[in-house]
Design a protein around this ligand. Structure first.
Ligand SMILES: [Zn+2]
Length: 323
């Protein structure tokens, strides 16, 4: 999405009694206005969700933001939503700074990835090796504040964008920190569409009023935005099926992911986003393959690690009556 069409977000903003957003200062076509990082909690003890990309100005901004909230505010825990660098790149700077008390060090939490996973292979090399990492698990609960006024954060494992992706449900506000599962603008890039759809379903079940996304503005009508994402994916799937059931316009024959992308997007596609869009279409086709509704003509199996080859493979749709 073009950056200049997005509303600008202040570097630091209080969003509710319990939530403040601190910008990662890394705007780009992928990160929109930059990565949103969030400080959470009513008292001096705060949890920080995500740490930005490691931009020079982020640490001073975070320090100043804590001081503005309260002179004694401190970070006890950092939750990393997933293994992408724009969400953990600022971690080392924070851990090496005066924000990290040597007596009571900050605890860092992230959902574990298996060592042989695609995500581990491509993304975890840059993760600080010396970070005192504790594994998150689904349904884990973080309690902050005291008996009368509590703040309760529930971990929801939401794979799809990445295998380790987690959202965090703030019970007292019925709000969800959605990281890269649902954004403030535009659509999401995913690794595994079936898993992504199940994750959206998990979030929809909570019927959240508000979403605090990893990029972009706060979403006020949370449950409807989640349903909109679900609808978009299903509509895209039916468009792809429709094309696969038809003849290709130019020379006939069977459709490739690249043909389908060009047919659906035409000239609207910006060149830097084209590979990402083709990949998204190919992953839709992988979901259909997993469900036995489509197959690659030469009998090979879709392999995400060879995306360039995959986008040129010819596919055919398997009619239900043939199943
Ligand atoms: Zn991401």
């Amino acid at each position: 999405m073009s950056l200049n069409r997005l509303p600008s977000l202040p570097d630091f903003e209080q969003l509710s009694d319990r939530v403040w957003r601190v910008m990662g200062l890394n705007p780009s076509s992928f990160c929109l206005q930059g990565t949103n990082t969030y400080l959470i909690g009513l008292g001096n003890r705060k949890i920080l969700i995500d740490t930005g990309e490691g931009e020079l100005g982020y640490l001073p901004l975070l320090r100043q933001s804590l001081k503005t909230i309260s002179p004694d505010a401190f970070i006890s825990d950092i939750l990393i939503s997933h293994c992408h660098h724009d969400h953990f790149g600022g971690l080392s700077d924070i851990l090496q700074s005066d924000l990290n008390d040597p007596i009571l060090p900050i605890r860092v939490h992230k959902y574990p990835l298996s060592l042989d996973s695609h995500d581990h292979h491509f993304h975890m090399d840059g993760f600080p090796k010396d970070a005192p990492l504790e594994d998150l698990h689904d349904h884990q609960i973080f309690h902050l504040d005291n008996d009368n006024k509590t703040t309760t954060l529930h971990v929801i494992h939401t794979p799809g964008h990445t295998d380790d992706h987690c959202c965090f449900w703030l019970e007292e506000e019925n709000a969800i920190f959605t990281a890269d599962c649902v954004l403030g603008h535009g659509s999401v890039v995913f690794n595994n569409l079936s898993a992504y759809m199940s994750s959206l379903q998990k979030l929809e079940t909570l019927a959240p009023t508000r979403l605090y996304p990893g990029h972009g503005v706060v979403v006020e009508d949370g449950v409807n935005r989640i349903r909109q994402y679900q609808r978009q994916r299903l509509e895209r799937e039916s468009q792809i099926i429709q094309l696969m059931r038809s003849e290709k316009p130019a020379h006939g024959g069977h459709w490739t992911a690249l043909d389908i992308t060009e047919s659906l997007y035409g000239s609207e596609m910006s060149t830097d986003l084209q590979p990402v869009i083709v990949r998204g279409i190919a992953l839709h086709m992988l979901k259909l393959q997993e469900e036995g509704r489509a197959k690659i003509l030469d009998g090979s199996t879709f392999n995400q690690m060879e995306m360039y080859t995959m986008m040129h493979k010819e596919w055919c749709y398997i009619e239900k009556s043939h199943l």
